[in-house]
Design a protein around this ligand. Structure first.
Ligand SMILES: Nc1ncnc2c1ncn2[C@@H]1O[C@H](COP(=O)(O)OP(=O)(O)OP(=O)(O)O)[C@@H](O)[C@H]1O
Ligand SMILES: [Mg+2]
Length: 302
């Protein structure tokens, strides 16, 4: 449904997207997971025919984005990173107007507007002015708007950034319902939990490149393992001892400030018995570990 081949985007000296390729199958939810500046928004803007490609190609539903941007926009629902709502309008007016501009009749637009508002739990806010909505409600409105014309493909740029856990769960639920309805989704996020929960497959992006791609579990198995040791060292000496202890083992040490994680080659629990001056806890490997293993940096706090 989506095919991106050798895609590049340059802004002057900045290589925002530096040669990426990926495919999204029909009905699949595909994620771009990466920190600030990884190139997620730039990729999605090119895919949505909102920004020209420096080189490479993109097709959506077999349609070339460069040659037939308008046709692509017809089958694509786009939720941009920053909501742009016309705030002189009520929620219902905003949606109806959007539907009308997208080619629905006024009557159809209104019917669909009510349907999507109900789907997103916003029906009791239909008469509110857009600026009266909370951040989470605005986000849900933005997603509602992208779904008005029932597009087979939806592109969501950070659908839940800035939302509280409750609103985030609500958006997740609705994305799951969309998925069940067969909608193909390309989304970006820097929340590893969101990526793990929603995505069938994802690409780990950093500095305009895809470092690896796969199902969340497969990526965790490959780069982090089933169990990861989280180590807090109480002194520089203890840390040095840990480094030395691991030097001739197949264990890998990732240092992140005062914290360190240790992963083993086979993904099983690393044996760290006998170390002094450290506190060791064990937890399941996650996409954060994958990112750390691939880049040496943390996904968070970038
Ligand atoms: N219009 C522009 N002009 C110049 N540079 C740009 C422009 N848009 C993006 N960039 C640069 O391209 C790189 C990728 O930015 P992009 O917005 O795609 O990242 P992102 O992965 O979406 O990050 P975030 O998680 O912060 O949204 C950054 O270095 C950014 O500064
Ligand atoms: Mg972005």
């Amino acid at each position: 449904m989506i095919r991106v081949t050798n895609l590049y985007k340059r802004f002057g000296d900045i290589h925002a997207v530096n040669g990426i390729s990926f495919e999204v199958k029909k009905g699949e939810t595909y994620g771009l997971l990466g920190p600030n500046g990884a190139g997620k928004t730039t990729t999605m803007r090119m895919l949505s025919a909102l920004s020209p490609l420096t080189s490479g190609s993109i097709t959506v539903g077999g349609i070339d984005v460069t040659k037939h941007g308008r046709e692509v926009r017809k089958i694509l629902g786009v939720v941009t990173q920053h909501d742009g709502h016309d705030s002189g309008l009520t929620v219902l007016q905003n949606l109806s107007l959007h539907g009308y501009l997208e080619g629905l009749s006024l009557k159809q637009a209104k019917v669909r507007a009510v349907e999507v508002l109900t789907f997103f739990g916003l029906e009791d806010r239909a008469g509110a002015n857009v600026y009266e909505l909370s951040g989470g409600m605005k986000r849900r409105l933005a997603i509602s708007r992208a779904l008005l014309t029932q597009p087979p493909v939806v592109v969501l740029d950070e659908p839940t950034t800035g939302l509280d856990p409750q609103s985030r769960n609500r958006v997740w639920e609705q994305l799951a319902v969309m998925k069940r309805a067969g909608v193909t989704v390309l989304m970006s996020t820097h929340y590893m939990e969101e990526a793990a929960t929603l995505c069938d497959r994802l690409a780990i992006m950093d500095h305009g490149r895809i470092l690896d791609e796969g199902a969340p579990d497969a990526l965790v198995d490959q780069h982090a393992g089933e169990e990861v040791a989280q180590v807090r060292t109480e002194s520089e000496t203890a840390l040095a001892a840990l480094r030395e202890r691991l030097a001739d083992t197949p264990y890998r040490l990732h240092e992140v400030g005062a914290m360190a994680t240790v992963t083993s080659e086979n993904g099983k629990r690393p044996d760290l018995t006998g170390l002094t001056g450290v506190r060791v806890t064990y937890r399941q490997g996650n996409l954060e570990d994958v990112f750390l293993a691939l880049t040496g940096r943390e996904l968070r706090d970038e």
